[in-house]
Design a protein around this ligand. Sequence first.
Ligand code: ZN
Ligand code: ZN
Length: 412
Amino acid sequence: MKVILIIGDGISDRPTRVLNGKTPLQVAETPSIDAIARRGICGIVDPISPGIPPGSDTALLALLGYNPLQTYTGRGAFEALGGGLEVRESDVSFRGNFATVNDELTVVDRRAGRIMRGGEALAEALNGVKLEGFPEVNVIVKHTVEHRLALVLRGLNLSRMVSDSDPHQENLPIQTVHPLDASSEASRTACIVNAVSKRFHEILTNHSINAARRENGLLPANAVLLRGAGTLPQVKPIIEKYGVQALVVAAGPMYRGICRSVGFDVIDVPGATGTVGTDTVAKAKAAVENLPGYDYVLIHVKGGDNASHDGDAEQKVRMVEKIDALVKHILDNVDVESVFIAFTADHTTSLELRKHVGDPVPLAIMGPGVRADSVEKYSEIDCAQGGLGRIRGVDLTPILMDLAGNSKKFGA
Ligand code: ZN
Ligand code: ZN
């Protein structure tokens, strides 16, 4: 038996004034998602713990069965893995932005004008640079999307316990990185990151792409702001836990990286962008086409969360309806007698507050032998009446694996 899990990032919400006190899931026309609720069992899920607003990274780890309170080791390694870099156990990785700084190293634009042509060439100029005082440290850089890059530091005695060089707002200087614990590894790593920042600034300032950008009236991408130092989580891959071959269909580098870090294969889908413009049906097609080779397929769709952060209710409703088209393609094209289909969100993102909040998210699971309940519609309010009751995010994958016959008995 196989499992398809569909996660709509941040689609869960609170009652919203501009939607006449309803949630986007209540307002959207979602006949296919509702069909999962009607034919299956429903519930609500605390992604981490009641009242804790989850990050997308910790929430996804939990939904895949890995307790983030025990396994989360920062975001950097996920970005690097998801960007296509190889990451080793002892590496420390960062997310980075190309940015514009003035002569005093004050940040003028955190994204160097945001849309970055030439990002790849600039990253290539930084890749492999040697650091004064730390010749043994390998500096690995890769451009990911827009103004973003991933940095991997490879060497002995590195620690992820260091602060960000990114001031997280403009008109502040690039921050001097400092250690976050008393270890010698953390202070050594902080010195290394500061040396990296300095060297990157020197190289970028003199790069021909930036000379051309200045000539064309564009902001030079003359610095890199680093944040989210992280190492690979030390976890048992999903194939060892459940004996399943797993695949993820996701566009955002971080989601792809998280899944890779726990043993999922990753595919590229043309048209899948990780934004509200994404082609959701192309994702569904890719999942269906690849289903024969896999036991557990995750489809992650980002756009609903973006719409919430923008406070755009109409866009969020439209995004939910686009995800319904994805679900329709799945229901129309897989054998529902041998595939379990689960639908949920990774966290609640409030349109009104434009941020993640700690409310539970709705869940629906259909498949052969599932104890269908009386819930008829997929929403935050309806699913609270379902047969699964209220569960933790970390319980979802074990439930799905047990339904599909991949779990081991506890006890004799
Ligand atoms: Zn999310
Ligand atoms: Zn978000």
